[in-house]
Unconditional design. Structure first.
Ligand SMILES: [Zn+2]
Length: 655
């Protein structure tokens, strides 16, 4: 059976798999042809609609960066800074010739640590360049007062993706830890450190101790665990060996009286763990974190070894991406708003912004009735939910005011020097925010990224220009296609304001309970249904989706498609409906939604994402949602009892 005709103006019939019945596996029906034609390229660990868009964006950016590197611009202009950064990143011979010189002073300091106090004294210099031993800090809006910034003290200090990598005792995890120690030893040896194999084993032992008091990624989503306002005095007294007040003075965070401690038990344990470690272990620990943070701008033997472990062993990626893509990725992380200024000038028109904004308005207005019509929520909580909805701020494309990079200077040094300068600049900017009110123009993502986010402390939804591209958003496609694509993404981000985490924050972004106890219980009962549904999905042999880790994203996926569908109905009522290439608007909506999830990934990557990524695997982001939607069944005449659909009584519906 084929749904998409060869003459379809938007969908490619060859992407689908006519042998699979849409009532059996809609994801495979829509995407099977594409999946079979697209093995994971060797330089990727997954290939998906997101990567297709990302690759197009990268190819445009490559031209812009090369032009900036050749022509430059006025000193301090985006073209100047981006051009210098890119040119330095492409100078492989110079990077090789510089060796470890750019990090020599930090390396010497780390290699001569003789006590826990020496390590603590070095932490500010390591943290400001993005190395993460011990703990971390961030500065974001205060959960009690969203107009002010607050310092958050976070658990950190691990080299593996999360705590459970140190604690699981299945064969694959044990092997991975052996490979991790081999990797650490290789890095230490390359940097000329003594007794590398023993030192590497000791680092694993130290990190395993640090991992014990860490929260899991699932616990990190539990606001009751991670929101803990304390006086700095109290935190310092609970972990005196860490000398936190001195640390904060050294990073430039002056006059801090109150902080949020993500995980109080972590800090209490950490000071004992570090105090008990041998100096040689602390040295190897600090050096390994320094090398990890800088390897991608060091000579190729460091970069290749880092890629061998993190890219190939952990992610299943066979080959490194070409140098220009790696430099672009680093630039996006470090000077993203400068790179984005070149991008939006070429790739994002005012018309696109206007049309995207209109869609966001439609989506927000469709969320209102869906709250009002809920049969499980009392009027009191509905009022609060509607007031939260009316407090949403959308940001589309790129910031109204670009970030100020005054003071960032790139000299003529090797690449690593420019990168360290950019990271120190950004770290100082973050710390400086403590003295300033919350900036309403701040973006937490570079505008050319293929992504979107909801920020609970700001109650804002943000859609970068990078994702407002086909197949998510196509100026030339019919509305149904755009509502199934970017519309569902917009609905997804709106729903994050009402998922297991977002629903704990109010319209102003304050951590405040606006629920009656009964409504909260009803919400959690419904959320449990979602968690159980997804927790039953099998990914690889013994591995299931983690229904709790992915709960917020699954609620957002389910709500996102539901709201986008309602918004499409509103748009069709206003503008009239017509079939395109033999498909109804509803059918085109669901096909478009299934299309944005097309994806192939390596087994290693799948394993990594299931344990660390709060998003479900793409197949379930499609089928897992549609299995709950009567609207889907109606659009394709899927009979009750068909494999695609859950029985009516078992369906999840929250928003
Ligand atoms: Zn999300």
């Amino acid at each position: 059976m084929t749904l998409v005709r060869p003459d379809d103006p938007v969908f490619n019939a060859a992407d689908s798999d006519p042998d699979v019945d849409p009532a059996v596996d809609f994801y495979r029906h829509v995407n099977g042809g594409w999946i079979d034609a697209n093995p994971v390229p060797p330089e990727y660990s997954r290939w998906a609609a997101f990567e297709e868009v990302r690759t197009r964006n990268e190819e445009l950016l490559q031209r812009l960066l090369e032009r900036a590197a050749a022509d430059g611009g006025a000193a301090g202009s985006p073209e100047d800074l981006v051009g210098r950064y890119y040119a330095a990143g492409m100078e492989e011979e110079r990077i090789a010739a510089a060796g470890l010189d750019p990090i020599r002073s930090l390396l010497d300091a780390a290699s001569s640590i003789g006590s826990v106090d020496d390590l603590l004294d070095l932490l500010p210099a390591l943290h400001e360049i993005g190395a993460g031993p011990a703990f971390g800090i961030s500065v974001i809006p205060d959960f009690d007062d969203s107009s002010a910034n607050l310092l958050y003290l976070d658990q950190s200090g691990l080299g593996l993706p999360e705590r459970d990598y140190y604690t699981r005792d299945d064969d694959a995890s044990v092997t991975l830890r052996t490979q991790y120690v081999e990797h650490l030893a290789k890095m230490l040896e390359l940097a000329g450190q003594p007794n590398a194999p023993e030192a590497a084993a000791a680092v694993l032992e130290l990190e395993t101790a640090i991992a014990q008091p860490c929260y899991t990624n699932t616990q990190l989503r539990d606001m009751d665990l991670v929101i803990n306002r304390r006086t700095l005095e109290a935190v310092a007294a609970s972990a005196p060996r860490l000398r936190l007040p001195a640390y904060l003075e050294n990073v430039g965070a002056h006059g801090v009286e109150e902080v949020n401690v993500e995980n109080p038990g972590f800090f209490e344990a950490l000071h004992e763990i570090l105090a008990a470690a041998e100096p040689a272990t602390l040295r190897a620990y600090a050096v390994s974190h320094l090398l990890r943070a800088t390897a991608s701008s060091l000579p190729s033997e460091f970069e290749s070894e880092q890629f061998r472990f993190y890219g190939t062993i952990l992610g299943g990626q066979q080959e490194q991406k070409p140098r220009w893509k790696r430099v672009l990725r680093a630039a996006t992380a470090e000077i993203g708003q400068l790179v984005a200024q070149l991008y939006v000038a070429e790739a994002f028109s005012e018309e696109a912004k206007t049309r995207a904004l209109a869609m966001v308005d439609h989506l927000l207005s469709a969320m209102g009735p869906s709250i009002r019509n809920l049969d499980w929520m009392t009027d009191e909580t509905k009022e609060a939910a509607l007031s939260k909805l009316s407090g949403f701020t959308p940001k589309i494309g790129y910031p109204d005011e670009w970030r100020d990079y005054t003071g960032l200077e790139f000299g003529d040094g090797p690449f690593a020097e420019l990168r360290l300068a950019a990271r120190r600049f950004e770290h100082a900017r973050q710390v400086r925010k403590l003295q300033e009110p919350v900036d309403p123009h701040e973006w937490s993502m570079a505008p050319h990224e293929v992504n979107a986010y909801y920020h609970p402390l700001r109650n804002e939804i943000v859609f970068p220009a990078g994702i407002l591209q086909p197949p998510f958003f196509d100026e030339h496609a019919d509305d149904a296609v755009n509502y199934g694509g970017i519309g569902a993404v917009i609905g997804h981000e709106i729903t994050h304001g009402f998922d297991d985490m977002g629903s704990r924050f109010d319209a102003e972004g304050h951590f405040r309970n606006w629920w009656t106890p009964n409504d909260r219980e009803e919400f959690e009962r419904r959320a449990d249904v979602v968690a159980d549904q997804y927790g039953d999905y099998r990914v690889l042999d013994e591995l299931n989706v983690n229904g709790r880790l992915t709960l917020g994203e699954n609620i957002a996926d389910l709500g996102g498609v539901t709201i986008a569908y309602s918004a499409l109905q509103e748009a069709l009522d206003e503008d009239g409906r017509s079939d395109v290439a033999g498909l109804t608007p509803e059918q085109r909506f669901f096909i478009s939604n299934a299309r944005v999830w097309r994806s192939v990934e390596t087994d290693e990557y799948m394993r990594l994402r299931v344990t660390t990524d709060p998003h479900s695997p793409p197949e379930f982001r499609c089928n897992g949602v549609m299995a709950n939607l009567q609207e889907f069944a109606d659009a394709f005449d899927v009979a009750e009892g068909a494999p695609m659909m859950r029985p009516v009584a078992q369906r999840a519906k929250i928003w």
